[in-house]
Ligand binder design. Structure first.
Ligand code: NAD
Length: 371
């Protein structure tokens, strides 16, 4: 059987720095676990613009469509702020999401015990937290027509955006959430505003339909999104998988992310339809950006990118036990007190560099194999 294929797009700023540590872990899997990947590397964002004059070349797009999974670092930086909107680095990422039709965005919020003090919430509220927000990514108010700023009838202007969801759009992201829940604690909470929005009523009905017809074994609950925001900070451990639309998901996933502390710890996956290879189209990336303020200083925390690769192991390659192996290595390193600068508490200490953290994770992977 052919090796699973990965397209690695390090991008800009700290992207290549954190991705270098992930590449070492990919190599480790070949050398120590006999799990080999066919890895191709290419340019995205400003790095692609510098060479091709566009933030994602057609050739790279074709490669992304052909591989089993794409792993991306980060894009953007002040050097590119002056570029026309159409060629800004972020357009490369948006093109990938659009053409791969990645409609389901998975944002885990997991609090490693060793970092529970980092949350702005009380330790007992977040310790052991492990939830995932599934955000619909390609529809809703960010894309709905009509949209624009128009003259109104009173000599002023009116800004218009349209929240619009079809049965198909809701059902496919609901399925993605139910599938995910089956691999976890088998619970889904769907969030909308069915009390004030017709699109929310349809959302609730369609999620319920998918549940009743296809996933009756999964426990489904519904919650208004404003209550959901409140519950997320009151007692987040009540949730397992949350599924919600693009706008609410944007807000709720950032809120949930901060329960866990640092931006340098947060992975994500964006999934599309299942292809002929039995795998979803998939893009894995850390939540953080290119962090120009620390790029080139060796301060970047590679864990978000490493955990994004772990998500690829689980969701693209069905290697859940290997994903857990990576996550356990990260947990061990943090429990041992190894910290990059972003994870330093008020008690201080000496932070490790990006490569120091990568090496510590690999040492923990080795130690577990040899135990
Ligand atoms: P950012 O996420 O790059 O940085 C925000 C803050 O968090 C900075 O202080 C940074 O040093 C810190 N930080 C981020 N990742 C870190 C890590 N791994 N380790 C340690 N510290 C980390 O967001 P920003 O500053 O708003 O944006 C910078 C650039 O990145 C902009 O050009 C923006 O458009 C782009 N951006 C890209 C993505 C992406 O590629 N998906 C996402 C967000 C922002």
């Amino acid at each position: 059987m052919a090796n699973p294929s990965l397209l690695v797009l390090p991008g800009d700023g700290i992207g290549p720095e954190v991705m270098a540590e992930v590449k070492k872990i990919i190599h480790w899997f070949g050398a120590r676990r006999g799990i080999h990947f066919d890895v191709t590397e290419d340019l995205v964002g400003g790095a692609a613009y510098d060479v091709h004059g566009v933030p994602l070349s057609d050739a790279t797009m074709q490669k992304a469509m052909a591989v089993d999974a794409v792993l991306l670092g980060a894009v953007g930086g002040p050097k590119y702020d002056v570029l026309d909107f159409s060629v800004k680095p972020e357009r490369g990422l948006l093109r990938l999401r659009k053409e791969m039709d990645l409609f389901s965005n998975l944002r885990p919020a997991r609090c490693f015990d060793a970092l529970a003090d980092f949350s702005s919430l009380k330790k007992e509220v977040v310790a052991g937290l492990d939830i995932v927000i599934v955000r619909e990514l390609t529809g809703g108010v960010y894309f709905g027509e009509p949209r624009g700023i128009f003259p109104d009838n009173e000599g002023g202007r009116v800004g218009v955006n349209t929240q619009r969801y079809t049965t198909n759009e809701i059902r496919r992201v609901a399925r993605s959430a139910f599938e995910l829940a089956r691999r976890r604690s088998n619970r889904v909470c769907s969030m909308e505003k069915a009390n004030v929005m017709e699109s929310g009523i349809l959302w609730r009905e369609e999620v319920q339909w998918v549940h009743d017809h296809e996933y009756p074994d999964v426990a489904l609950s519904h919650m208004y999104a404003d209550n959901g925001a409140m519950q997320l900070v009151r007692w987040p451990k009540q949730f397992d998988v949350i599924v919600t639309d693009n706008l609410f998901g944007d807000v709720l996933s950032d809120c949930a992310a901060m329960l866990t502390g640092s931006l340098g710890m947060l992975p994500s996956a964006s999934l599309g339809a299942i292809g002929p290879n039995g795998r979803p189209k998939a893009l894995y990336e850390p939540v953080h950006g290119s962090a120009p303020d620390i790029a080139g200083t060796g301060k970047a925390n590679p864990i978000a990118c490493i955990l994004s690769f772990a998500m690829a192991l689980r969701y693209s390659f069905d290697l859940g036990a290997e994903a857990a192996r990576v996550e356990a290595a990260v947990e061990k390193v943090l429990a041992d007190g190894v910290r990059t600068a972003d994870l330093m508490g008020p008690e201080g200490g000496t932070p490790v560099s990006t490569t120091g953290m990568g090496a510590a994770v690999i040492a923990a992977l080795d130690a577990r194999l040899e135990a």
